[in-house]
Design a binder for this molecule. Structure first.
Ligand SMILES: C[S@@+](CC[C@H](N)C(=O)[O-])C[C@H]1O[C@@H](n2cnc3c(N)ncnc32)[C@H](O)[C@@H]1O
Length: 362
């Protein structure tokens, strides 16, 4: 009825139809690389320690990424996150908000960097078969506890058993972790993004009516020197870009693309005969990020005064992940670098919600 109706496409050679002549593997096989897949240790520590313990368990926040606030700044936190997650799933399946799936069976959605499963739960509520991957065992446990399907898997280790298995892939706040400043210093960042989009194209079913990737990603407007982020943030003048970006890197471990960089990756790939995706939609959601970060900071500051559990969890985090916990204590509370991302008249970054449509198989 709406955007997601099954398209009538010309018959393709068997090799282009995805696995088993276009049929999905039911159920989806577990990833083969489960036992061997690993990820950036700093990312694992960040979400296993400070975020899992202090922000989620301690302060009681459901999510720390962007919620949907720009159209209603007073919206309750949980509802803001639920609506933003719904929007991302709908953009992936229908190319716009609203819509109804009329393809065969239930649509299948892969969430790369699924966190505690907030988006997976919303995708399931919309009728999708939702599968998440994350680097963090505690997040897999939390998803499983909620009856959701999630695996501890680095996206780079997604094997051929998932080729052509998904209608849409979403990445909410995860792409920023895929490139590290040391990769940029070594000139590897472009190749990492190219490999990412090859994997994304591979897991999408070429015959799906959807065939989209949706990412919400913070992009640099003022690109720092990657070498400066590898040094201690205390070596930079307090309040400078290098100081805040340094804290952010030491907290979260990652690197942002510049605005336009991911579209340039598609152009490079297309010029080499690999036209994987075209940018279908892009929305500036900086205000959603800004309001989310200010709300979360307020909750954490109040929790520090009113919730003894926050301090118990902080001590556990400190004992198990001392470096990451101390770095987060500074970056979240003292320098407030996560809030700095979107504060003031000339913020250093922009939050973009992007939808990429898979190019039809040649
Ligand atoms: C900022 S959290 C976002 C969580 C969730 N999407 C949300 O919006 O609340 C980043 C997530 O990306 C995941 N991640 C980072 N690098 C990854 C990788 N190479 N492969 C799979 N997941 C990754 C982390 O494990 C974590 O779940």
């Amino acid at each position: 009825m709406l955007d997601a109706t099954t398209t009538t496409q010309p018959e393709k050679p068997a090799a282009e139809r995805g696995p088993a002549d276009g049929a999905r593997a039911r159920p989806l096989p577990p990833p083969r690389a489960l036992a061997t897949s690993t990820g950036e240790p700093g990312v694992v520590d960040c979400y296993s320690g400070p975020f899992h313990r202090i922000v989620f368990k301690g302060a009681g926040l459901a999510g720390y990424n962007e919620g949907r606030y720009a159209d209603d700044p007073k919206r309750p936190h949980d509802e803001a996150h639920r609506l933003q997650n719904r929007k991302i799933v709908e953009l992936g399946l229908f190319g716009r908000e609203g819509g109804r799936w009329e393809g065969p069976g239930r649509p299948r959605v892969l969430d790369i960097g699924c966190g505690n499963g907030e988006l997976l739960a919303e995708a399931a509520a919309l009728g999708a078969e939702a599968v998440g991957i994350t680097l963090v065992p505690a997040q897999v446990d939390e998803c499983t506890r909620r009856g959701l399907t999630a695996y501890r898997l680095n996206y780079r280790d997604i094997g051929p058993e998932w080729d052509g298995q998904f209608d849409a892939v979403v990445l909410k706040g995860s792409l920023e972790h895929f490139v590290q400043p040391r990769d940029v210093v070594a000139g590897r960042d472009g190749a990492i993004h190219e490999q990412l989009f090859r994997i994304l194209a591979r897991v999408l079913d070429p015959r799906s009516a959807a065939g989209r990737v949706v990412n919400s990603t913070i992009h640099f407007l003022r690109r720092p020197d990657p070498a400066e982020l590898l040094r201690s943030p205390f070596r930079h003048p307090a309040g400078s870009d290098a100081y805040h970006f340094g804290w952010l890197h030491h907290m979260y471990n990652g690197w942002h693309p510049c605005r336009g960089e991911l579209a340039a990756v598609q152009e490079r790939l297309a010029a080499r005969g690999e036209p994987h995706f075209r940018l279908e939609r892009e929305e500036d959601i900086s205000e959603d990020y800004r309001l989310s970060a200010e709300f979360c900071l307020g909750v954490i500051q109040r929790a520090a005064l009113t919730r003894p559990r926050m301090w118990r969890e902080a001590l556990v985090s400190l004992a198990r992940y001392p470096r990451s916990t101390l770095v987060h204590a500074w970056g979240l509370y003292v320098s407030q670098s996560t809030n700095w991302y979107f504060r003031g008249p000339t913020p250093p970054t922009v939050g973009l919600l992007q939808s990429w449509k898979r190019a039809p198989a040649a």
